[in-house]
Design a protein around this ligand. Structure first.
Ligand code: NAP
Length: 309
């Protein structure tokens, strides 16, 4: 059980509360404006950052994500190169392409859109991407770096969450943070990044018994489980900061997160909406990692050579 207290707010104050909605679109916009300036500085030195995007099969959601990422690249001046393969492509074709992209001068980031068809081993694909160009932050080197706090490319979604918290000047030091979801791409790196910022972190997953006994103690609750309505008001401490990473498409077609937004916003101090919260930040941090990679190259930094495989 986490150490901590429940709310210090009186019931009268709590009754009148509605959370401040953290606008991920606006925060993304200001980060993208800064990135545009950094791209302009690179262009002045004769370098345009480039992102290679590999997509396999016809997954409609993947097609939308890839289109959004490429459009976002264009907005800030990053070149993007799309490599599309049919669903029955041989893994060797993609591995060979990655090997070529690893040494291509105008490519600073390589992204393989997930999910991949079943003939692919995702760990093998991720290991093949040079750690120097791993702008998704999934390479073992970058993942391992999170443990000791010197990752070059933090995974984009947790990185985006950290940026949202920073933007709202929400302190992390000494806070009780509960992360619901323990995936390699969101929950685990999220927990490590928050621990690095001196929060007291608890991580929950599908086998956690009595989830509410943990979430109720969170000063900051980050939810990334992929379960609509998992978090309801009685599971949230009054005044908590609630970050909803989940993206779920309901049978009605509506897009929702993992949190009962209307209920929880009356109890929280800050909350992210879905859509328009963490989602736009994920794409923006991919751009940030790509620009950072080009800057590293422009400055002659290649400290990860030993980590590429
Ligand atoms: P994932 O790989 O399916 O992992 C889900 C995690 O949630 C697992 O650790 C699972 O536990 C845990 N979980 C599932 N049901 C739970 C429950 N009832 N109680 C507590 N924990 C539960 O998913 P993911 O890739 O991390 O993504 C999570 C959600 O975030 C999805 O909705 C996804 O679409 C969304 N997402 C959004 C963005 C964005 O940009 N906003 C980016 C990435 C993902 P076990 O480990 O025990 O199975």
């Amino acid at each position: 059980m986490l150490c901590g207290t429940t709310s210090a707010l009186t019931p009268e104050v709590a009754d009148k509360m509605t959370a401040k909605i953290i606008d991920g679109v606006a925060v993304s916009g200001s980060i993208r404006a800064e990135l545009k300036e950094r791209v302009a500085a690179l262009l002045a030195k004769g370098m345009r950052p480039g992102l290679a995007v590999i997509v396999v099969g016809e997954n409609p959601a993947s097609a939308v994500y890839v289109r959004n990422k490429m459009r976002a690249c264009e907005q800030v001046g990053i070149s993007s190169f799309r490599y599309a393969f049919p669903a029955d492509a041989e893994p060797e074709q993609i591995l060979n392409l990655i090997a070529d992209l690893n040494i291509k001068d105008d490519v600073h980031g390589i992204l393989v859109q997930l999910p991949l068809p079943s003939q692919f081993s995702i760990p093998q694909i991720v290991r093949t991407i040079s750690a120097e160009k791993d702008v998704d932050g999934f390479h073992l080197y970058n993942m391992g770096g999170l443990v000791v706090g010197d990752t070059v490319f933090p995974p984009c979604t947790p990185y985006g969450v950290v940026k949202l918290l920073e933007h709202e000047s929400i302190p992390l030091e000494g806070k009780n943070v509960v992360v619901v979801g323990a995936s390699n791409i969101v929950g685990k790196p999220m927990a490590l990044m928050l621990m690095q910022r001196d929060a007291t972190v608890c991580i929950c997953h599908a086998k956690t018994r009595d989830l509410a006994q943990f979430t109720i103690l969170a000063d900051i609750l980050v939810v990334a489980a992929g379960q609509p309505n998992l978090i309801v008001p009685q599971m949230v401490k009054t005044g908590a900061v609630v970050i909803d990473v989940g993206i779920n498409r309901l049978p009605s077609g509506k897009l929702v997160g993992d949190v009962d937004f209307e209920g929880v916003r009356k109890k929280a101090s800050y909350i992210t909406p879905v859509p328009g919260g963490v989602g736009p930040m994920t794409v923006t941090m991919l751009l940030a990692n790509t620009v950072a990679s080009a800057e590293r190259k422009s400055n002659g930094i290649r400290s990860l050579d030993h980590a590429t495989s």
